[in-house]
Design a binder for this molecule. Structure first.
Ligand code: FES
Length: 155
């Protein structure tokens, strides 16, 4: 009757074993719940529901350096794609999801991309100028078709 001995409360050994095992079970359950809470709080906004693919964007309206457009045809991470002309042959495509807590940043103004949620500022390449954002905006891949005046954005 081995199982009877393990969970029996009729002997000193049985009680000790029962309390020890109950304690282990309760500790494991508590740690499991705590771990689940910790993992849930660590969700990065940039990791949530990201889709992948490509989209072609006309850049015909971007005639001078620093001009930008907001492409809403796809929203890979729930925000539009911000396309910025760096120069005639270089374009940047950025996620508009702030890397702090996931708010959508504003389009550029005065050479700066601003997040109105907590005040983070980014340059036109998506680099952090001031926090609390911990990292640059997601920079998507860009391939230029100069003849067609389009870029293909890989997200
Ligand atoms: S979400 Fe952008 S600064 Fe907090």
């Amino acid at each position: 009757m081995e199982s009877t001995q393990v969970f029996s409360l009729n002997t000193a050994v049985g009680r000790r074993e029962f309390l020890k095992r109950t304690g282990l079970v309760l500790t494991a359950a508590t740690l499991s719940g705590t771990l689940a809470e910790i993992l849930a709080s660590c969700n990065s906004p940039t990791a949530a529901n990201i889709t992948h693919g490509t989209t072609t964007v006309s850049i015909a309206s971007l005639n001078s350096d620093g001009q930008f457009l907001v492409d809403t045809s796809v929203t890979p991470d729930g925000t539009p794609i911000l396309v910025i002309r760096q120069n005639a042959t270089t374009y940047t495509a950025l996620s508009m999801m702030c890397t702090h807590q996931g708010c959508q940043v504003n389009p550029p103004s005065g050479g700066t991309i601003y997040c109105s949620c907590h005040g983070s500022r980014f340059d036109l390449h998506g680099n952090v100028l001031s926090g609390p954002a911990p990292s640059p905006l997601t920079n998507y891949g860009v391939s230029l078709n100069a003849a067609a005046k389009t870029i293909t954005v890989t997200y």
